[in-house]
Design a protein around this ligand. Structure first.
Ligand code: SF4
Length: 242
């Protein structure tokens, strides 16, 4: 069974893989960590590319989606299309309370006035619980450096202090153009909302289409300071594994 990496091993792997192709990074991660490797996807274009690559490298890698209860129907349908195309069944991770129960408890939805609380309750805590239950040593994310300032500081392999696991970012150095070239070349299933000016897709109450010239993430929590759900905010830049 795989064991956890030390801080020195993480730093060495990150340096070695800094310029590697996403497939090589994934191959390394699957060899090093499977079956204790997890991928989390919100069915964005980048995540679809990684699922396509995993289907070729190791389709047994566990893929999860945090189903907040507020996802677009198009995102849920994409899960079925991925299953049909690759035979990969993305597992839903859900909050304990349904949307109806949650909104009843709080006297209405929290996404407008308290989006941080809503993301904590419906995304971050369910993922923390899933991490504790599934006990991975590493997880794969689909972030790109050029998406946000925080993501710009990420490394290809890094320690994720939020979940106490290694985080592997195979698409870190890709651009949006790289992502779409890959999708077109391999006919990768993707969310049709991307064709309707939704470059970044989250929950429907917190995502709108962008206007020409707007930043790709301008449609996420539009009008609010919030730009991240918190999953990819780096808490400890150079912390180490156990
Ligand atoms: S993105 Fe919006 S609806 Fe989804 S969990 Fe966060 S605040 Fe709630």
């Amino acid at each position: 069974m795989p064991t956890q990496m030390t801080a020195e091993e993480i730093a060495a792997a990150s340096a070695r893989l800094a310029a590697a192709s996403p497939q090589d990074v994934l191959r390394w991660a699957a060899d090093r960590f499977h079956p204790r490797l997890l991928m989390a996807t919100a069915f964005g274009a980048e995540g679809c590319c990684i699922i396509h690559m995993l289907a070729e490298i190791n389709p047994a890698v566990r893929v999860i989606n945090i189903d907040t209860g507020y996802q677009f129907p198009e995102s849920l349908e994409l899960r079925e299309r991925i299953k049909d195309r690759y035979g990969i069944e993305v597992e839903y991770v859900r909050p304990e309370m349904s949307v109806a129960e949650y909104e009843k408890e709080h006297g209405g939805p929290l996404y407008n006035l308290f989006p941080d609380q809503c993301c904590l309750d419906r995304k971050i805590r369910p993922l923390q619980e899933a991490m504790a239950r599934l006990d991975p040593l590493a997880w794969i994310s689909a972030i790109r450096k050029d998406q946000t300032a925080d993501r710009g500081q990420a490394d290809v392999v890094q320690w994720d202090a939020k979940f106490d696991v290694v985080k592997v970012n195979p698409l870190l150095n890709w651009t949006k153009k790289d992502v779409w070239a890959f999708i077109v070349k391999h006919d990768v299933p993707y969310n049709p909302l991307h064709d309707r000016n939704y470059p970044s897709i989250g929950c429907w109450p917190c995502t709108r289409a962008v206007q020409p010239g707007e930043d790709d993430r301008a449609g996420r929590w539009a009008g609010k300071v919030k730009k991240e759900c918190g999953l990819h905010v780096i808490e400890v830049k150079d912390g180490g594994g156990i």
